[in-house]
Design a protein around this ligand. Structure first.
Ligand SMILES: Nc1ncnc2c1ncn2[C@@H]1O[C@H](COP(=O)(O)OP(=O)(O)OP(=O)(O)O)[C@@H](O)[C@H]1O
Ligand SMILES: [Mg+2]
Length: 436
């Protein structure tokens, strides 16, 4: 027999709880809760018609829909080939990173192939979006623009235009009159997203939603938003540089370890199919304190340059300044250099930086940082065509890193003939190999 449960309901606002409390959690009224007991309702099994009954998986026809390329190849690479009919993609990112610019580019490229695209902007007027389109060469007849903030109006625009792709910028600024509360509230975001997703699935039309992020970088609104959509992409980049990356955090139809590379320019957004060239200074002169390394972002290996500068100081607390690399990692490498390679930097200010605003968090860059420091302090440059990667342990040993072969291939593709890695097992030997 079903267990009878006590429920406490606020006589003022209807808030309910299963535990008695003196103050209402909603309207904050005192002593307004009254107890009622209700037996949980039993759910009866529904009748299922013959063609609805579950079938063996082998008898279910395959979903023939494949990926349809958008024409923006770096975005297609991240999506696993392109858009899937009826699938919803959520694109999140910091304010001003270029979400609207990217989606307008995707819309225009698809529209140029003859597809009808509906771009609903709830943040900007249609005139503002047209101005951007003019700047980024995205004026196409089959790209339809609407500026709407009401969900039913967005649904109406869909019915009127009958597009092949819908873009809603952003899900946090559209609201439904059926739900109390302002746009962006969790209940509103859930309602708006679930209605749009239902519409996309019912019509087999791909849907792209822009999502805001909170201060800590996670997607604003209820967590359920990420569960509702098929693909979650994050658009990121440093404000100081024009380089942008797209990563997938979830993908029901493709891999999640791909990275797309873009550059923001005054003409809009352009794809960077070979980003390795961007993170090296390209200087022809041999300068001490610089070493090339190879990092891996998702499935992609990138060449990066580490630069180090050491300056003599009389300060009892020498400066350790880093840019693009982890400062505690550099402090550890300075200690290892002193104890295991006999290179002391106790009386020197140390500056370590990457080129082009690249951020390196993986320990694979240890060896290049150590070689750049050794090169800076001895004033012996690392010859052109040398690249180094490997993790350095506290004992001064060089450990192998993941994707070693891929890194070596990328380095040699860009003309680096000498690769220094874990095959030189000790740091001292690796430094000798690099700078003699
Ligand atoms: N006239 C211009 N020339 C060059 N770059 C521009 C110009 N106008 C805008 N930008 C670039 O575009 C970026 C804004 O892009 P966009 O509006 O697509 O960002 P967003 O992520 O959609 O921002 P929001 O979250 O505010 O909607 C700016 O940060 C700037 O770098
Ligand atoms: Mg925008």
């Amino acid at each position: 027999m079903a267990k009878i449960k006590s429920e406490f309901r606020c006589s003022e606002c209807g808030w309910t709880t299963y535990k008695w409390v003196g103050q209402c959690g909603e309207c904050q009224g005192w002593d307004t809760l009254t107890e009622s007991t209700s037996a949980p309702k039993e759910v009866k099994a529904a009748r299922i018609s013959n063609n609805q009954i579950a079938r063996p998986i082998t008898q279910i026809p395959e979903d023939a829909q494949g990926h349809r390329p958008t024409g923006v190849s770096e975005f297609d690479r991240v999506l696993g080939g392109g858009l899937v009919a009826g699938a919803t993609i959520l694109l999140s990112g910091e304010p001003g990173v270029g979400k609207s610019t990217l989606l307008l580019e995707v819309a225009a490229r698809l529209a140029k192939t003859g597809s009808k695209v509906l771009y609903v902007s709830a943040e900007e007027s249609a005139g503002q979006v047209r101005l951007r389109a003019q700047r980024t060469n995205a004026l196409v007849d089959t790209l339809y623009l609407a500026s709407e903030t009401d969900l039913s109006a967005v649904l109406g625009q869909f019915a009127a235009v009958q597009p092949d792709l819908v873009i809603v910028d952003s899900v946090q600024t559209v609201s439904s009159a059926e739900i109390d509360g302002a746009a962006g509230m969790p209940a509103q975001v859930r309602e708006v997203a679930s209605n749009l997703i239902r519409l996309a699935k019912a019509n087999s039309v791909p849907l792209m939603l822009v999502g805001h992020v909170t201060k800590d970088g996670s997607i604003a609104g209820p967590r359920v938003l990420e569960h509702l959509v098929d693909v979650v992409c994050h658009f990121e980049g440093d404000r100081q540089t024009s380089l942008r990356f797209i990563r997938t955090l979830k993908n029901r139809f493709g891999p999640t370890d791909e990275v797309g590379c873009f550059e923001m320019t005054s003409e809009g957004i352009s794809e960077v199919p070979d980003p390795s060239q961007l993170f090296v200074s390209g200087s022809q002169n041999l300068v001490s304190g610089s070493c090339i390394t190879v990092t891996v972002e998702g499935r992609r290996s990138l060449i990066a340059e580490i630069q180090a500068l050491v300056v003599k100081t009389n300060s009892p607390q020498p400066r350790r300044v880093t840019n693009g690399v982890d400062s505690s990692r550099v402090a550890m490498l300075l200690a290892v250099l002193e104890r295991r390679a006999g290179i002391s930097l106790m009386d020197k200010d140390v500056y370590v930086s990457t080129v082009g605003g690249m951020k390196i968090t993986e320990p694979a860059a240890d060896l290049a940082i150590a070689i750049a420091l050794a090169s800076a302090v001895t004033d012996k440059p690392v010859p052109h065509g040398t690249a180094a990667f490997g993790e350095i342990s506290l004992s001064g040993e060089i450990r192998g890193v993941t994707n070693g072969k891929q890194r070596a291939n990328e380095a040699s593709r860009l003309g680096h003939k000498t690769i220094i890695d874990s095959s030189s097992s000790q740091l001292k030997a690796a430094i000798r190999l690099a700078i003699g």
